[in-house]
Design a protein around this ligand. Sequence first.
Ligand SMILES: [Zn+2]
Length: 143
Amino acid sequence: MSGGLDRHIRDALLTAARTARRHAYAPYSRYAVGAAVLGDNEEVYAGANVENASYGLTICAERSAVAAAVAAGVHRLRAVAVVADGAPPLPCGACRQVLVEFMQPDAVVWVAGADPRSRVKQFRLGDLLPEAFRLDRRMGSRK
Ligand SMILES: [Zn+2]
């Protein structure tokens, strides 16, 4: 990805992530996170973190956005943006693994602060999770 179109996509994903972040359910950590993914159908799917009184059940914003895309029938994602207060929120290890399920290693990951004026950092998913675990899909197939 490069050029003006990318900037357009980046800004659209960041805006969607910031909007979703406002709906984050984070009464325990007060750490509201928003995320948005770009499907191969050019649609944007957003998510926010959803905490739980049983802390371990908390769902991160990235996985929430991926679930929204899957619920819409989209299984191929091209980019993701994640926003939160403070330092740019790098996806946790669990989310990196979930993103790998639906994205190629060269897919772009943008992270930024909740403030639209904050600096945006860009990564490739393959750099955030090299040598990711992948199940050989043929294992479960009789074909
Ligand atoms: Zn996560």
